[in-house]
Design a protein around this ligand. Structure first.
Ligand SMILES: [Zn+2]
Length: 376
């Protein structure tokens, strides 16, 4: 997807956010059954509660909430010291491969300097279909991994309503800046118990980013999700354009505990608005995949980016059902022994948290969302 396609929804989000329904965050972390994974650096970076970290988290959508986060590509000199220290420690420990940053002039597939094979063991770029260690590309047999990229945006509302009507829960791979700008839509996803995963702060090709930029892109998105969901720490991320490599995936895993979900089929629905594809072409692809073999299970790249891309899913939904696929949030499918979208989930840590370590539910207002959306 070209970056320019990202800007239109940004603009549209400003126009329509005032019409968004008001939601309040009322899904507390169940206590005391949620756990931090204490053996991972992410435990120290995101402590969930005021008692733990001394912070009092502002209500989602308020100006005080908005002011905590970057309004655009993050300035690496302004990220929390804990993140840069964790990066330095990981680099010193030899956990982050010292491979070149790629370049992508004109936002095309990133390339590496001569002598560095993107498909070789040194780089292993997912843009070039090299599957990195631990990366998830396929679902379990017979399953349809439900997931959508690039929200929350105004078109998300229709998708979320449709999913609620059909009792389906997706994984939303969310862009941090869009959460900042569409806080009420974000809260609808949380209210509907969608699984929230990380899709970076401003959607760059991640292999073009320096180590520090990778940390900031992931860290701020982790932070806003954590602060705005009562302390949930996302466990999964998806790189924009599916672009990751050994360096980027090591930073995601070592600093933030993030595991990567790619996809095994691509509708190219992001290009519906630019005539890159058509509803008929998507329908033909979907029918082909959905009536085909059930091994491996399907993880299809789909977007909540436009009314057209949302419609493409709505059109395909009956075909998914009719062909007997087991539909489940892709984050729930990714690890059968611990099906949770969050790092601090039952069974992933070493002890219960204490009562009072969660954010109390607080009423939200649409006026505050309008304030936050002025931050472009
Ligand atoms: Zn994306």
């Amino acid at each position: 997807m070209l970056f320019s396609t990202l800007l239109l929804p940004l603009f549209l989000s400003l126009l329509s956010v005032a019409d968004a329904h008001s939601h309040r965050l009322n899904k507390r972390l169940p206590s005391p059954s949620w756990h931090h994974a204490r053996d991972h650096p992410v435990h120290a970076l995101f402590r969930r509660d005021p008692g733990d970290d001394g912070q009092d988290y502002p209500d989602v959508g308020t100006p005080e909430w908005s002011s905590k986060y970057p309004n655009g590509p993050p300035d690496v000199t302004k990220m929390p010291a804990g993140w840069s220290n964790a990066l330095k420690a990981a680099v010193s420990a030899g956990k982050i491969p010292n491979i070149p940053v790629s370049s992508s002039p004109g936002n095309v597939n990133p390339t590496y300097p001569a002598g560095h094979d993107p498909n070789g063991p040194e780089i292993c770029s997912s843009t070039y279909k090299c599957r990195g260690q631990g990366e998830i590309w396929d679902g379990p047999d017979g399953t349809f991994g439900l997931g959508f990229d690039d929200g929350p945006l105004p078109p998300s509302g229709r998708l979320y309503d449709f999913l609620r009507e059909h009792n389906e829960t997706p994984t939303d791979f969310m862009i941090g800046l869009y959460i900042l700008q569409n806080s009420q839509m974000f809260l609808q996803a949380v209210d509907d118990e969608h699984d929230i995963a990380v899709h970076t702060w401003t959607h760059p090709y991640m292999t073009t980013q320096t180590n520090e930029q990778v940390v900031a892109q992931l860290g701020w998105t982790m932070q806003i999700i954590h602060d705005s969901t009562g302390g949930r720490i996302p466990k999964y991320w998806r790189p924009p354009y599916g672009d990751s490599d050994n360096r980027v995936r090591a930073i995601a895993k070592e600093i933030f505990g993030l595991e990567c979900i790619i996809w095994n089929q691509d509708t190219e629905d992001w290009s519906l608005t630019t005539n890159g594809t058509t509803p008929q072409a998507i329908n033909a692809s979907m029918t082909h995949w959905l009536t085909g073999p059930k091994s491996p299970g399907l993880i299809i790249l789909e977007h909540e980016l436009s009314d057209q891309s949302v419609q493409a899913f709505i059109d395909a939904y009956p075909v998914i059902v009719q062909n007997g696929w087991k539909i489940e949030s892709v984050a729930q499918l990714a690890n059968a022994t611990n099906p949770s979208a969050y790092r601090n989930a039952p069974g992933t840590g070493d002890g219960p948290v204490t009562a009072g370590d969660i954010l109390a539910p607080t009423p939200q207002t649409t006026t505050s969302a309008t304030s936050s959306s002025s931050a472009t």
